[in-house]
Write a protein that binds this ligand. Structure first.
Ligand SMILES: Cc1ncc(COP(=O)(O)O)c(C=O)c1O
Length: 388
């Protein structure tokens, strides 16, 4: 048999999904893969029932149903202050996952370089491989996850750099970039004429006093910012696969074509049902923040009581636990054993870092109180059960 593609042979199984499989095998509480175990807003699911009867059930316009794009443009203007043309500057995709892939394919040639902060959401590595681009990693240094401005500039100034990927708020480290940091990144993007591809799926999951600053809202940045985002986290509908790209017309035009050939379009009935979510008033986003703040406080309060060391997220819904005290060299082994001995699943932090970091593991806390309390109950014995 002939060899399969060279481009994809470096792919490994997603570590997150492997942890989920092991977790299921041992009946552990799965705090590895990040999705909520609570219901989406009932207005959206009620609307879905109506749509099931009314339709649409056939292909929507490839770059997204008109009413969905119009509602999204209004929401984006409301929160970011940036005017968005719903016909020329929006492409609705199958999740932010496709949005990122279609964006990279639209701007990168094989051999182009893309700057990525490390730790990073694991899909970015695969996205660069599929587009033939070369990732250059710039460390966000634990425990504060700051970056060095010179290190960033040295990466961006390399010949062939086309774009920087900015995950803000950040998975896995929970960093929310400050306005000052974003202005510094924006200045470099303009100075070296590169695009900024943002991943803003956690834009509404923030903990006070942290605030989300939209890269596209900074001076001179709308024209070089490609926003990737989705409804997955904001409306607790990770399975609906509704995402989007917002970009200047020339780029959006290209993304529309890539998206058309990749997937044709997002699911028409789900777009129709989700419009009610895009039209929610501010109180929805305020209660979402309150709910996440509650879950965060419950979970990190519990970790504190157990006497563990961890990062306190500024945004998103992940905690990085420092496992140095347990004496393991390999965080994969630690996580596999924790599933079996403690009954709680996490993701080995090394899967997010380009650097040699093996002392952090990632929990997510988008879970009902009962699930979090049961997980904390099991973790209460972690020091006894996991110390080598
Ligand atoms: C940073 C980040 N980007 C993108 C995604 C995937 O989003 P979507 O469900 O819209 O494809 C995730 C999911 O966990 C994520 O954490």
């Amino acid at each position: 048999m002939k060899a399969l593609s060279r481009r994809t042979e470096q792919f490994t199984d997603s570590v997150i999904r492997r942890m989920t499989r092991i977790s299921d095998e041992f009946g552990a509480i799965n705090l590895s893969q990040g999705f909520p175990d609570f219901e989406p807003p009932s207005q959206i699911t009620d609307r879905l029932q109506e749509v099931a009867k009314e339709g649409p059930h056939q292909y929507a316009i490839t770059f997204g149903a008109t009413n969905f794009r119009e509602a999204l443009a209004k929401k984006q203007k409301h929160f970011s202050g940036v005017d968005v043309n719903p016909d020329k500057e929006i492409v609705i995709t199958c999740g932010s996952t496709e949005a990122m892939m279609a964006s990279m394919m639209s701007i990168c040639n094989p051999g182009d370089k893309v700057v990525i902060f490390s730790p990073f959401y694991e899909n970015y590595g695969a996205d660069t491989i599929l587009t033939g681009a070369i990732p250059i990693y710039v460390p966000l240094k634990p425990p504060a996850f700051d970056f060095d401005a010179d290190e960033l500039e040295n990466a961006i100034r390399q010949p062939g750099v086309k774009a920087l990927v900015l995950c803000n708020p950040s998975n896995p480290c929970g960093k929310v970039f400050t306005r000052k940091e974003l202005l510094m990144i924006a200045d470099l993007a303009k100075k070296y004429d590169i695009y900024v591809i943002t991943d803003e799926v956690y834009e509404h999951i923030l903990y006070k006093p942290h605030e989300h600053v939209y890269m596209a809202s900074l001076p001179g940045m709308k024209e070089r910012t490609i926003v990737c985002n989705s409804l997955s986290k904001t409306y607790s509908v990770t399975g609906w696969r509704l995402g989007y790209v917002i970009a200047p017309p020339k780029i959006a035009e290209r993304v529309k074509k890539v998206h058309d050939f990749l997937t044709v379009g997002a699911a028409a009935p789900l777009m129709e049902a989700a419009v009610v979510g895009l039209e929610f008033k501010d109180d929805y986003y305020e209660s979402l923040q309150k709910h996440y703040t509650h879950m965060r406080n419950l979970f990190i309060g519990g970790l504190k009581n157990i006497g563990l060391t961890f990062t306190e997220p500024q945004g998103a819904y992940y905690v990085l636990l420092d496992i140095s005290e347990f004496g393991y060299e390999d965080d994969n082994v630690f996580c596999e054993q924790m599933i079996q001995k403690v009954g709680v699943a996490a993701v080995p932090g090394s899967s997010f870092f380009r650097e040699d970091v093996n002392h952090l593991i990632r929990f997510h806390f988008a879970k009902q109180d009962a699930t979090l309390l049961e997980a904390l109950d099991r973790l209460a014995d972690i020091k006894k059960k996991m110390r080598k």
